[in-house]
Design a binder for this molecule. Sequence first.
Ligand code: SF4
Length: 350
Amino acid sequence: MIKDNVYIKLFACCILVKGAKRATIVDIQRHDYMFVPLGISEILEEGKSRPIEEVLQGYNAADVANITKYLDHLITREYAFRTTEPELYPRLSLEWKNSSLISNAIIDFDYHSDYPVEPIIDQLEKLGCETVQVRYFDAACILWVSQLLSTFARGMGKIRNIQLVLGYSREMDKSSLIRLMQKHERLTEIIIHSAPEESLLIHQKRYPLRFIKQEIKDESHCGFVSPKYFRINAPFFIESQHFNSCLNAKVSVDKNGMIKNCPAMDSTYGHVNDLSIDDVVIRQDYLDWGNISKDQVEGCSDCEFRYICSDCRVFTKTGGRYAKPASCTYNPYTMSWEQEPVIKEKQGAF
Ligand code: SF4
């Protein structure tokens, strides 16, 4: 039943994202989303500033009944509510400011890597980096891992999350790794790739120690797009409105010690022995990659998932700077996944 001066509003945490053929309402508080037809999304948009009765004038009785039923459904699912005082419910600000020049970093190694890690950790600490993923593509030695973590421990403490992706070796037994997690509280996740068996242990009910059979032998193991990898939370959603959801405030050092935006990129700024990360991350050519939002990417700009889907600027359909990620099989113009999305253990994007 529609009453005078009643507005239908979405909760502030439930945000409409229009695609080419349908819209989503993304609930960044409950980490969920639902689809809505474009017609309903337009009514919700119009209904922000006008009572619903006024918005529905001009529709015939059958349409009003159907629309009302749909709006009731949104209210039942707690995406929307009725109010006679819409001014009391302001919109959520979607402004984003990077709190530091670098928020996350990837450092890659393999058996042949011979660059020093200490200066890199020092530079990341000074830049205010919070999360670092270290990947070792070959079988890793527990002594090397322990020394690496001790180097992190000597830092200023700005780095709060350390994720390790390590090649399996016999030394990589669960008890040794759990001991490392107990000793180094900032170690938030360990993935052991190329393991003989799959298993998952959750240390302190929060920190996963995962053994996977899949081999992660180089930096090409990245850039997968699937609903399984959608990230539905406020920071990711808001950052994606303005910046690249993978490369913003990210720096990487590849297995040869070359500084890059992403380790899988061909282009590099130089070797860590020859220049400092501080000098790279203020360069315009470095910043340009982080500034490519999904709204600028071909196809993605029309996709209703664009603010919950992690981007990839390296593996793209045509190789172009603004081309759609290569592994995406979603077509926003037909609203269908044209092939089963590739599901692999995802690495490399925070
Ligand atoms: S088109 Fe594919 S890659 Fe682009 S936002 Fe949609 S699901 Fe993600």
